[in-house]
Write a protein that binds this ligand. Sequence first.
Ligand SMILES: O=P(O)(O)OC[C@H](O)CO
Length: 483
Amino acid sequence: MFVLAIDQGTTNTKALVFAQDGEVVRSASASCHTDYPHPGWAEQSASEIWATTRQVIGDACAGIETEIAAIGISNQRETLVVWDATTGEPVGPAPIWQCRRTADECAALIEAGHSDEVSTLTGLGINPLFPASKLAWVLKNRPEPEDLHRVGRLRAGTVDSWLLWNLTGRAVFATDHSNASRTLLFDTERLAWSPRLGEIFGAPIDCLATPMASDARFGETAQGATTLPAGVPIHAMMGDSHAALFGHGVRGPGKVKATYGTGSSLMTLTRQRTLSSHGLSGTIAWTQDGNTAHALEGNITVSAQAAAFMAEMLGLNGPAELSDLALQVSDNGGVCFVPALAGLGAPHWQDDARGLVSGLSLGSRPAHLARATFEAIAHQVTDVLEAMEQDLGHPLNGLSADGGASANSFLMQLQADFIGKPVERREIAEIGAFGVASMAAEALGMPIVAGAKEIRIFDPATDATARRGARNEWKIAIARACR
Ligand SMILES: O=P(O)(O)OC[C@H](O)CO
């Protein structure tokens, strides 16, 4: 018996086939294209998202189609797909999570005093990242959706619901609670779409997908939708960050996972629904076995991307060379780099902050800049971890790391030094896919029992005084970047 995980991300769509011992027996990947038609806009073709999904399922499952017992979907969140239920065609490109086209509309809603009501219902701040304002924009700025809405043919959903609808041969229009909780239209207390939020944003909630538990039996594959036979259950869906937390084996409060990708996402479970007063999001991690797992999340806009950026600035061939250069010096020589290259996300939320290098002197070398870049990645993660501790009112135990840049041991050691706690790196490459496959397997009653994976632990190697000094230097630089 195998479980198929579909991991639909911004840059790639992947299919991974897991055996019951947690090993990946087959996998396939296809890249996805993003358009940036105007400054601040970012959009993808929903047709391509579905086409790449069909392609990777075909490639990864060739010859073992009948042995797939269940499917789990982990996906890029906050991307809005709008389509016509009759033709099955998307209505225009899908504004993705990075798209800032509704920045003005969101600023106006904040100005009008809606922030408290919105965050009480959703745990989130008003921000163009989330689909609510994007849906209102689509209705206002494209001709077809309004007509389709009037005749009941309009469908609007996150990527999970788009894939589910297609996999089931257009039979099931549903989403899971973790994805719904990232839309700004979902009441996370009642687990239902909120008419009041629809009214605030000017977004119709009657065209949204039915919210279901993350481990629900959402539906079954339809004959001909993909190369899979009819009747394979889709038995888990989660946003990718949530799936990664599940994949790390986190099932209770205390541990934080940090994904080191283009940006970074930190997530920790909380005992109950938590409203952040330190720049984080309260969110639903997942719903499983009738229980809701709540979480706090902080999203950093530019994380590992800072290393690629600085490597290019220094004429180097990518982050690995930058890391080698950074290792040539034992400290930053007083140099600080704040990678506010697209403003600053959690916990600072300064859209107009800009990147900054401080502390340069005649003694500064490229190696100091390289080191300051890796320090910046670790400092930003530390900022979010500290905000989490302030919201929770108690210290957290440590950090579980994943994502491409977590493979860099130098960065992981810096991270442990700055947080003053151990950092754990689990040697599972595709942790989100593993997470959603595990949930689907559990829902089937045939849990994946992964063999012991190698875990590398990085313990802090600096004392409290050095840590305080480094953190103070960073806080001064951040304050300058926000001016
Ligand atoms: O496509 P990814 O993996 O970068 O994930 C995107 C996030 O889910 C956006 O919140």
